[in-house]
Write a protein that binds this ligand. Structure first.
Ligand SMILES: [Zn+2]
Length: 500
């Protein structure tokens, strides 16, 4: 019997949700909590996917959302989005309908012997935000994406726990709230590592269009058109040149994107070999990290990568047409070769296919209409100001910290909207508060609230704790800042509340 099932948080892993169920259920051991949820009592909880759950658990999920949504929104499924339309459609169906095993259905890399295991990671800033918003931390998918070492939202380094993610070894149900330490976040540099992390997150979070049948390798190949990596007539790829440039471009990335990349298997070092590129272009390699690396290098936007369209005509067709036109003008092959690039024999070859229709690509559809961010930035500024006022709390309501996250939620915006609105973002950043400062503001507010109903001598630390939820050490950390929000006497009274 499943007792009270907590709600699942945005981007939370099902594993984390189950662990919180255990924490809230009152079961003395995680095994009994698993017994409530799993088909078999001894099923290992999968960190990245959903293990075989029983009917009760399934019913609860289905009352909340369709099973597909749970798989797409709360497991690492989207990491395998490039594995080909047929394969991922089938996997989604099997995983949603009858608990199919992701490790069989998707190209999930199985850790080799002697290779350092991966561990659950987390962002300390994300953890404090969820503690603020929900009163507890949780494991999210963002930090679980392989090869991401920086939180794309907060630009701070992810912390690694000692909890292994492994298909073989059983992880227990580790409750995030108990494992995540209250550490000072370490800011990462504003370099390539951060940009690539942002890029990967956006690709990961983009909806999967199961109706789009364009294989990602074909699409990436089409984006070599007009670059120096493709011959003039488009028949030959210069893979070695491409590999060299990619390696130059990402030089020094190791250590920023993933501290442990060197200790890990080659699988996670990204593109290092020619054959990896060849396999991507021929749709045999669907590795998320490598594809993101390549696409980011080629300047392909996350939107284009996740909704690939092939060009109407290939470079070869365009080349052949041009050659035909020049022949029609009466030019010879040497002259044409100088004009369009390639050798005279390439030009003669191109002319042979004149009239023959080459296999064309389906017509590209129009992209989404572009948003004018500048206009939105200006228009939204007063709205953001209002939101900040409400969040900050004007004395009547409980004060909160003004963060990008809080404003985004208040405005009901998509996660990354604020990043496109520089004026709005600047306004939010002006309100940035260190936690101890915020706690001081909160404490003063709570004290004044209590003073309305009670005499000063009746107010105790316990009352403060109930209202603010502050721990003793937090409260103490706030002491130096109390005078910013109250007069000296009041600040002194508040400090006096702490039991000696
Ligand atoms: Zn974060």
């Amino acid at each position: 019997m499943i007792g009270f099932m907590p709600e699942i948080y945005p981007d939370e892993l099902v594993y984390s949700w189950f662990a919180r169920y255990y924490a809230h259920s009152g079961h003395p051991a995680y095994v009994s909590a698993l017994g409530d949820l799993m088909e078999k009592k001894n099923t290992r909880p999968d960190v990245e996917f959903i293990s075989r759950i029983n009917k009760d658990a399934k019913d609860i999920i289905q009352k909340m959302m369709p099973m597909e949504e749970m798989v797409l929104g709360h497991t690492m499924f989207p990491y395998y989005r490039f594995a080909g339309n047929a394969r991922i459609s089938n996997a989604l169906w099997a995983m949603s309908a009858n608990g199919g095993d992701a490790h069989q259905l998707l190209p999930v890399f199985k850790g080799k012997h002697g290779v350092q295991a991966r561990h659950i990671k987390y962002c300390p800033e994300c953890a404090s935000e969820s503690r603020e918003a929900y009163g507890e931390a949780y494991w999210d998918r963002k930090a679980t994406i392989r090869n991401i070492g920086i939180c794309p939202k907060h630009k701070c380094r992810l912390e690694e726990t000692s909890i292994e993610i492994s298909a073989k070894q059983s992880p227990r149900l580790y409750v995030a709230e108990g494992e995540i330490k209250d550490t000072m976040p370490e800011l990462a540099e504003d370099g390539l590592g951060f940009q690539l992390a942002e890029y990967m997150l956006e690709v990961f979070q983009s909806p999967i269009d199961f109706k789009n049948g364009v294989p990602v390798g074909d699409f990436l190949k089409s984006r070599l058109q007009g670059t120096k990596y493709l011959s003039a007539r488009g028949m030959q790829m210069y893979i070695s040149l491409l590999l060299d440039d990619i390696q130059d471009f990402y030089q020094g990335l190791q250590g920023t994107a993933n501290e442990n990349a060197e200790k890990q298997d080659a699988q996670y070092q990204g593109i290092t070999e020619k054959h990896q590129l060849q396999h991507i272009f021929s749709n045999k390699n669907s590795d998320f990290y490598k594809i993101c690396q390549l696409a980011f290098f080629l300047g392909i936007s996350p939107g284009e990568l996740t909704n690939p369209r092939l060009p109407k005509r290939t470079q070869t067709e365009l080349y052949n047409e041009k050659v035909a036109q020049l022949y029609a003008k009466g030019l010879g092959c040497h002259r044409i070769a100088r004009e369009v690039g390639g050798s005279p024999s390439t030009v003669r070859e191109a002319n042979k296919t004149k009239g023959k229709k080459l296999q064309g690509y389906p017509a590209a559809r129009l992209g989404k209409q572009a948003v004018d961010w500048d206009v939105m930035d200006k228009e939204m500024l007063p709205e953001v100001g209002k939101a900040i006022n409400e969040i900050y709390g004007g004395g009547k309501t409980r004060p909160k910290r003004v963060t990008g996250y809080a404003v985004t939620r208040h405005m009901e915006w998509p996660d990354r909207r604020l990043q496109y609105l520089p004026k709005c973002r600047e306004l939010v950043e002006a309100y940035y508060e260190e936690f101890p400062v915020y706690w001081a503001r909160e404490a003063v507010w709570a004290y004044k609230l209590l003073l309305r109903d009670k005499g000063m001598e009746d107010i105790h630390w316990r009352d403060m704790r109930v209202i603010t939820n502050l721990r003793k050490d937090n409260f103490e950390a706030a002491f130096p800042y109390l005078e910013r929000f109250a007069d000296k006497g009041t600040a002194e009274d508040i400090r006096g509340l702490l039991p000696k």
